[in-house]
Each structure stands twice: as structure tokens, then as C-alpha cells.
Design a protein around this ligand. Structure first.
Ligand code: MLT
Length: 334
């Protein structure tokens, strides 16, 4: 009948209009573990700018700094279950949910920013993204680069593993990092990131390790005096999106998110190069005493690689995975 033709026509028209309209504007929430002024905030800001550009201003996002939306490890669970959209956190706080990313926190595998970029931006990085989706329910969209995690403490200069004895050191709840300190002869205190500043301030722990950028963003110089330039872990701070959220988006929106993540990665690389030395000098000017480890770090390196690599090779996916990473960095196989 004419009526049914008209009804059908109207429905077709409505569909056509819906398809042509931009997706409803979205204002995502991004959890950020650190305070303002560090790598995580810079990565987040670069991502938001790129997202707004990619979507012609349709979608945006807000950063919630300083663990306001939960401790870093808890944000992984929240994003996986879809109660949180995005999180920016240290890679070591994803490892408990997806052990293969442990290759990025194996001590002394990554020896420069270039190494960090080679592992994260190439084929190996893509396989880590895939595994993290499967294991942890979050998709790494962008990689933040934060520099080496240097060792800080409130008590005394440390230049050898021997000097560490008797100090209470906070570590993330990450088996590889716990065992690294054990290899150096101390029994560290695993603790959530969100509790670390207070624990340092109250003297519950004497020290911790994190990059200069993070020490600065967290004002750790107020409660820590001595710095040792160890290079066991180059800190990588990814931006992850809830995979549930990602799968609910249109293919076009998914592409926009991926492209924005790539732009944010490039911005983070430039940010670290531009800022790290200045931040280190500022911390020194505020009174932090910075020292290099003795003997070119030989003892730290030997103990950590000798004890930690064999122990965690299986958890990161086996000898081939570690050797593939080392080969990508031009280093000999194990
Ligand atoms: C940690 O030590 O738990 C993290 O590396 C902190 C951070 O995200 O900056």
C-alpha cells in the first residue's frame, strides 16, 4: 500500500540520516597515576589534542591526575571491566595481568631511549599489544617514555649493591622488580604506587626507584635526598583503553583512537628528549645528591642479569622472546 511504502521510505531516510551524522560526542575519562608535570600528563595531553583533531572536535577526554580514579594496578581491572575508559600508567603495573610485557621490565634489556622505542614501536610492540588485549582486557594505544628508573633514598649515598643493605626499598607489586632487589641483596617492600609518597614521607620505607620525570612530578625531592643513576629499567608508560569500550566504537572511531595514540607516542618521545636533563638539573638544584654506581654499574648488572633473567624467561614467553628482543637491539642471544 501507499502507506507502507511511505513508512518504509521514512525508515530508509531515517537510517540514511543516522549514518551520515557524526557519532555522539564523547568525553572520555583518563586515569593518570602520577601528578602534573611528568611523562604521563604530557602523553595524556598529546593524546587528547590528537583525538580532538582526528575527530574534528567530536570526541575529547579529561585527565584525572594523581591516582584520583584508583591505584595504577586497579585501573587495569577497572578498564578491563568497562568501568573506566582509559588509563596512563607504568608498564610494570600491567605485568601482573599480562606477564609477557615483563620483557620491557627485565633488568638491563633496554639500555637507551632508542632501545625502548625500537621494542615498543616495532613488531615486538605489536605482539605485546595483542597479548595485553587477550590477557588483561586493555589495548595499548600509545607509549610514553620516561627515562631510566633511578634509585632514591633518604639515608645515604649508594654506589654498590653492598651500600643498599639495611635500606628499606619500596618496589611496585611486580615479581621481576622484587627479585631484582633480592639479587642485589635486599628484601624490598612491594607497595601500591598510590601509597608510596606517604610511605616515604613517614619513613615507613627509605627509598624507591622511578625516573627523574616521575620524581619531579611527585615531588619526591621533598622526602628523598640521595640518587643513584642505575639503569636497570627504562620506564615505559603506556596509554591503554578499555578493550570493551574500544570494541563498542565504530571502525572509523577505532582508527581515530589508534592514530591519536601514535601521535601521542611521538610527542612523548620528543618530550623526554627535551625535558629530562633540565628536570634532573632542577632536582639537583633543589638539593638532591646525584651519584653514579661504582665500576660502571658492573655489580648491579651482573647480579641482576645473572639471577633475574633465567628466573623470568619462561614467564615472558620463553627464551625465543628474550632473544628476539635482544636481537632487535643488536645484542647477543642468551
Ligand atoms: C610505580 O613505581 O609503581 C610506577 O612506576 C609509578 C609511575 O607510574 O610513575
Amino acid at each position: 500500500t501507499l502507506a507502507s511504502i511511505l513508512r518504509h521510505g521514512a525508515a530508509v531516510c531515517a537510517l540514511a540520516v543516522a549514518a551520515a551524522l557524526p557519532a555522539a560526542a564523547k568525553d572520555f575519562r583518563i586515569a593518570v597515576g602520577d601528578g602534573a608535570g611528568g611523562t604521563q600528563e604530557a602523553l595524556g595531553r598529546a593524546f587528547i589534542a590528537a583525538l580532538e583533531k582526528q575527530t574534528g572536535g567530536a570526541h575529547t577526554a579529561k585527565l584525572f591526575l594523581n591516582g584520583q580514579l584508583g591505584d595504577e594496578q586497579d585501573t587495569v581491572t577497572a578498564a578491563a571491566t568497562g568501568t573506566l575508559d582509559f588509563s596512563i600508567l607504568a608498564i610494570n603495573n600491567i605485568t601482573p595481568f599480562s606477564p609477557t610485557v615483563g620483557v620491557l621490565t627485565m633488568p638491563y634489556v633496554i639500555m637507551s631511549q632508542q632501545d625502548a622505542e625500537t621494542l615498543t614501536q616495532g613488531e615486538i610492540g605489536q605482539s605485546l599489544v595483542d597479548r595485553t588485549i587477550e590477557d588483561a582486557g586493555v589495548r595499548i594505544l600509545g607509549w610514553g617514555y620516561s627515562g631510566f628508573r633511578v634509585l632514591t633514598n633518604s639515608k645515604r649515598p649508594v654506589q654498590t649493591p653492598e651500600d643498599l643493605k639495611g635500606l628499606v626499598i619500596r618496589v611496585p607489586k611486580n615479581e621481576i622488580m622484587i627479585e631484582t632487589y633480592k639479587a642485589w641483596g635486599v628484601d624490598p617492600t612491594p607497595m601500591a604506587w598510590s601509597e608510596t609518597f606517604a610511605a616515604l614521607q613517614q619513613g615507613v620505607v627509605d627509598g624507591q626507584d622511578n625516573p627523574y620525570m616521575t620524581i619531579h612530578a611527585m615531588n619526591f625531592d621533598e622526602v628523598q635526598k640521595h640518587v643513584t643513576n642505575i639503569r636497570s629499567i627504562f620506564s615505559i608508560e603506556p596509554l591503554v583503553v578499555s578493550e570493551q569500550l574500544f570494541q563498542s566504537l565504530s571502525p572509523e572511531e577505532q582508527q581515530q583512537l589508534v592514530a591519536a595514540g601514535k601521535e601521542a607516542t611521538q610527542a612523548s618521545s620528543a618530550f623526554l628528549k627535551a625535558e629530562e636533563a633540565r628536570i634532573r638539573d632542577e632536582l639537583a638544584a633543589r638539593g638532591m645528591q646525584i651519584a653514579d654506581p661504582a665500576d660502571g654499574e658492573a655489580q648491579f648488572i651482573e647480579l641482576a642479569t645473572g639471577k633475574v633473567w633465567p628466573r623470568f624467561t619462561d614467564s615472558i614467553g620463553g627464551k625465543e622472546v628474550l632473544d628476539r628482543a635482544l636481537a632487535a637491539l643488536g645484542r647477543p642471544a642468551t
